[in-house]
Design a protein around this ligand. Structure first.
Ligand code: SF4
Ligand code: FES
Length: 246
């Protein structure tokens, strides 16, 4: 396939960015989206041009680093996949592909397609952990956990912290991410111990860091590559109100 890429280039958070067009040729449908960008960068380096900066790490859909807005959708036009798992067979010969960084006040651009997502780390530092002493590794089933709760906790634990939910939301809300982390811990016995303090601390840190409010548009759930459910937000809101009233 021969493709035209319209890529957002920006030197840093203080400079103005702009779209720059590039032609890439002979792209195999078997390539991943990031491999296609690797080829573009190789050709830029050969011409002594500055390569396009983009985030990536595992390239297996588990680290959450590959944060690209592709043709107006976080992680592109496939459902339930990260950018690194998106393949070029989803595009057609002659296509023009627009590639942008996440756009949210709390995620300032570092360079080109790379944004600073350390705001998520700060929310996790506020409460996304268990500080009770859980001892050694217990034998399987020595702590009885209701199957439904174990399943819901595992589903929430799939959140990879990519930030697509924030990028997709017109309010740049981080509620889906925070609620997944709160649910993952509060549904399990070890995490229940400090659940009240956790939900209050994480929500207030989220508000301080400039994320917007949730207005139930559902864009986050629709674009989440791990298909984290909005029901986590409802659960977090219930826990938050109960914690405030107790
Ligand atoms: S909830 Fe989904 S979109 Fe948001 S950070 Fe987690 S995995 Fe990414
Ligand atoms: S590079 Fe790790 S999820 Fe895409």
């Amino acid at each position: 396939m021969d493709l035209t890429l319209k890529i957002w280039r920006q030197q840093n958070a203080k400079t103005k960015g702009k779209f720059v067009s590039y032609e890439v040729k002979n792209i195999s449908p078997e390539y991943s989206f990031l491999e296609m960008l690797d080829l573009l960068n190789e050709s830029l380096v050969e011409k002594l041009d500055m390569p396009v900066c983009f985030d990536h790490d595992c390239r297996e859909g588990i680290c959450g680093m590959c944060s690209l807005y592709i043709n107006g959708r976080p992680h592109g036009n496939d459902t339930g996949v990260t950018t690194c798992q998106l393949h070029m067979r989803k595009f057609k010969d002659g296509d023009t592909i627009t590639i942008e960084p996440w756009r949210a006040k709390a995620f300032p651009v570092i360079r080109d397609l790379v944004v600073d997502r350390s705001a998520f780390d700060k929310i996790i530092q506020a409460g996304g952990y268990v500080s009770v002493n859980t001892g050694g590794v217990p034998d399987g089933n020595s702590i009885p956990i209701k199957k439904e709760n174990a399943d819901l906790a595992m589903d929430a634990a799939q959140c990879i912290g990519c930030g697509a939910c924030v990028a997709a939301c017109k309010n740049a809300s981080a509620m889906l991410f925070v609620s997944a982390k709160v649910s993952q811990l509060s549904l399990l016995p070890q995490g229940k111990v400090e659940a009240k303090e956790r939900v209050q601390a994480m929500v207030s840190r989220m508000d301080e860091l400039g994320f917007g409010n949730c207005t139930n548009t559902g864009a986050c759930e629709a674009e989440c590559p791990k298909e984290i459910k909005l029901t986590n937000i409802a659960r977090m809101n219930r826990h938050f109100i109960a914690a405030k009233l107790s």
